[in-house]
Design a protein around this ligand. Structure first.
Ligand SMILES: [Zn+2]
Length: 538
């Protein structure tokens, strides 16, 4: 009798539990986790250029099992790291999300600031007065929308070697964002007061000795790198402590070698396990960015053996990471996408050698010429408040004091800049809409212009030109070498295929929103790439 009564009570308790609000389980329609992988400075052509030596499980698997948007273009200038990471995850452009450069002259701060600068927080383990947070990002990310949609039960984490590449993708409501600072992964008090145990454990490993005890040598014999230029070229930068830019690189910092990718993806595995991502009742999101391909690109250029070796090794890293994800979540359990924040051009030294259009911009001379002209015309060069990247800021106080018309001054500065070799043209930003420019390029500049943060004049470099030295490579312009990026989707709900229809970097976030049945980010201007999951968008 007692047993019968117990069973009766159990049934009642279960019935009450079932009525007191259902515990929401993820529907089979949703992936356990979304993983975004941004490869810093990855040009679209890297998917194919080294294909002959890619294995079956890395880039080739992505292209075979996944859906590739072959013609994905960045819709804003400058094509810089911070702008790219913000654009992918906000579905928006600098004009709206506010991330106009990696750093800019901020009128309210009265100085140049980093895109993730925040003096109200501290970096954990650092004495710096200035912390890091997403506060300068003016709109929500897709991760924020996922958090809101699930009443903050989805977990969202960002990680990268660069701070901005971890912070901006993760968004405002992220559970954590981690970057590599002073030889360790860290975060700021914006997210938490102390590092989680799993981060401390990870940081206790001597990764440099573990990953590259012999330094960096090529994966295959040097002479087999037939798609790259010779190893010893004057247009390559030299690592501090090395004599020439050649293999083996004994003195290379881990973050400027392919082992930086190994380090980041090892940390990604630790984060998945540390946060138990993909184990809960709601879809989680992990935003990973690989920063070292960018450093290798800036150092050696896109046609170096170093960059080829980086991609051959990254291919193997991807294979092993996909195996890990398959085992942990099942092949259909995760939704993966790979893209980039921008591409990159050849170095001027390389271009010159091959008689391709190039030249060097002399920043110091340009600033001086503009200041001299302004002094001569208006009696004071202080009208030029700041030169920052490819923008000129005008001093509003002096404009007011002298009763000048700001637009006339901006036009005058633009005209002076236009005379400089290597500057294709310069424009007063307030009049961009009427600039005689090809429509798509004008739109890219308008998309990059934020009245509160941008300068008053912007500079358009000629194709192939670079400021500074002939060594190394740069990015930042509208041109396809900077703006044409890979975008490949794989996993949950994605059917294999590809499209050559032009899509935008801003289309990634709304496509994720559609796949997850959640709201688009607040500043979204992109559109859903409907081809990637036929039958799902109905
Ligand atoms: Zn970048």
């Amino acid at each position: 009798m007692k047993q019968v009564r117990n069973v009766f009570f159990l049934v009642v308790i279960l019935w009450i539990a079932s009525c007191s609000g259902p515990v929401k389980k993820p529907s089979a329609e949703n992936p356990k986790i979304v993983i975004g992988l941004m490869v810093d400075q990855m040009r679209w052509d890297y998917l194919y250029r080294f294909k002959e030596r890619y294995g079956e499980g890395g880039f080739k698997r992505l292209l075979k099992d996944g859906f590739s948007c072959e013609n994905t273009l960045i819709g804003h200038v400058p094509t810089a790291t911070a702008c790219g990471h913000a654009s992918v995850y906000t579905g928006s452009v600098p004009a709206i999300n506010g991330i106009i450069e990696n750093s800019w002259y901020d009128r309210s701060w009265g100085r140049e600031i980093s895109n993730v600068a925040d003096t109200t927080v501290k970096i954990i383990g650092s004495d710096s007065k200035e912390g890091r947070s997403p506060r300068n990002l003016l709109t929500t990310t897709i991760g924020d929308e996922l958090r809101i949609a699930t009443n903050y039960q989805s977990k969202v984490v960002g990680l990268a070697i660069k701070d901005r590449a971890a912070i901006l993708p993760a968004g405002h409501t992220a559970n954590g964002a981690f970057w590599y600072d002073g030889g360790k992964f860290t975060t700021s008090t914006y997210y938490m007061d102390t590092l989680p145990d799993w981060v401390n454990r990870f940081n206790r490993v001597n990764w440099k000795d573990t990953l590259m005890p012999e330094g960096w040598n090529t994966l295959y014999p040097l002479e087999t790198y037939v798609l790259s230029d010779a190893d010893d070229k004057d247009y390559e930068n030299i690592f501090s402590g090395e004599e020439r830019p050649v293999f083996p690189h004994k003195k290379a910092p881990v973050t400027s070698t392919p082992f930086g990718n190994t380090l980041t993806l090892s940390f990604a595995r630790a984060a998945i396990e540390g946060y138990h991502l993909g184990e809960g009742s709601f879809t989680d999101m992990l935003a990973i960015s690989l920063s070292t391909p960018d450093r290798i690109g800036h150092h050696f250029g896109p046609t170096s053996i170093e960059q080829e070796d980086n991609y051959l090794r990254l291919d193997k890293e991807l294979e092993s990471f996909f195996h890990y994800l398959d085992d942990r979540f099942g092949k259909e359990g995760y939704l993966f996408f790979l893209t980039a924040d921008h591409g990159g051009n050849q170095s001027p030294g390389y271009l010159k050698e091959h008689r391709l259009p190039t030249g060097l911009l002399n920043g110091k001379d340009i600033v001086q010429h503009v200041k001299d002209a302004v002094e001569k015309k208006y009696g004071t060069s202080d009208l030029v408040l700041a030169f920052n990247e490819a923008q000129v800021y005008i001093n509003d106080d002096i404009i007011a004091k002298k009763g000048l018309d700001k637009r006339t001054v901006a036009d005058f500065i633009a005209e002076q800049l236009g005379k400089e070799p290597g500057i294709q043209n310069a424009y007063a930003t307030a009049t961009l809409a009427t600039a005689t420019l090809p429509e798509r390029i004008r739109q890219m500049y308008i998309n990059g212009y934020n009245p509160k943060r941008s300068g008053d004049v912007l500079i358009w470099w000629a194709a192939g030109w670079k400021p500074g030295s002939e060594k190394g490579a740069e990015h930042g312009n509208w041109n396809p070498y900077d703006a044409h990026i890979p975008l490949v989707w794989m996993g949950h709900g994605i059917h294999p295929g590809k499209t050559h229809r032009t899509v935008g970097m801003t289309d990634i976030a709304p496509t994720l929103a559609a796949l997850l049945n959640i709201q688009m980010p607040g500043g979204n201007v992109g559109e859903v790439i409907y081809e990637i999951a036929d039958g799902r968008f109905r």
